[in-house]
Design a protein around this ligand. Structure first.
Ligand code: CDP
Length: 223
């Protein structure tokens, strides 16, 4: 068994809020692997690599070893993502990165690079790790596995309410379309596609509030 509480699910399903709160409740560290894929995407964009260009994979593979990506503990004991020694910019959650992240995440070398780092973290003790392939590929033997989902409309409304992460002038319809496009790419990619692990507990939060989701997850962990 691996010392991991895996929380996977599609875009804007509430994973980050839930994962952070579960980690606080059980006093364990939390890692958002989506931010790692977003940081690599920001790095690629900074290096003027066009994710749509046929050479993106080769170009990125060459410079990837120069990217230093670490989760470092801050004063409150929370883990924060650093890129080449500096805290990652808020722009990893902005529209430019969001638009390209699924393409960058489908590059095998990027996944190998990040999965190796993710596995290192679990050797230090129980940890909450959130992503798309944590329960299926990164930690197939995770102690606890949850798959969070919600209806497309609920997810679009939640993302819209978050502000900041979306392009100016977005509507429920445009956000729903962006989420649907990303989910489709994430589900259809050849390696580590987004899917529920057979032994993961499915939680549909369309009709549940945050406390109710935490309650459900906690009751499984406490069992
Ligand atoms: O927070 P949000 O639902 O928008 O997504 P995220 O967790 O920040 O992940 C951004 C993107 O990273 C996803 O759409 C996937 O393409 C990729 N990702 C992945 O491929 N594997 C993971 N374990 C986590 C994220």
């Amino acid at each position: 068994m691996q010392n991991v509480i895996a929380i996977d699910g599609p875009a804007a399903s509430g994973k980050s809020t839930i994962a952070r709160m579960v980690a606080e409740k059980f006093h364990v560290p939390y890692i958002n692997t989506g931010n790692m894929y977003r940081a690599v995407t920001l790095y690629a964009l900074q290096k003027h690599i066009d994710p749509d260009c046929g050479m993106a994979r080769e170009k990125l593979s060459v410079i990837l070893p120069q990217l230093q990506l670490d989760y470092v503990e801050n004063k409150e004991g929370k883990l924060e993502l650093e890129m080449n020694g500096a805290l990652v910019a808020d722009s990893i959650r902005g529209p430019e990165v969001t638009e390209s992240v699924s393409q960058i995440s489908s590059i095998p070398e990027v996944r190998e690079f990040l999965v190796a780092k993710q596995r290192e973290f679990a050797s230090r003790g129980l940890i909450v790790m959130e992503g798309r392939d944590i329960g299926t590929v990164v930690f197939p033997e995770a102690k606890y596995k949850f798959f969070l989902t919600a209806s497309p409309e609920v997810r679009a409304k939640r993302r819209l309410a978050q502000g900041g992460e979306i392009a100016a002038g977005s509507t429920v319809e445009s956000v729903a379309a962006e989420i649907a496009a990303r989910d489709e790419m994430d589900m259809k990619r050849k390696i580590s596609p987004l899917r529920k692990a057979e032994d993961a507990i499915l939680i549909d939060s369309s009709e549940l509030n945050i406390e109710q989701v935490i309650e459900k997850i906690s009751s499984y962990i406490n069992k």
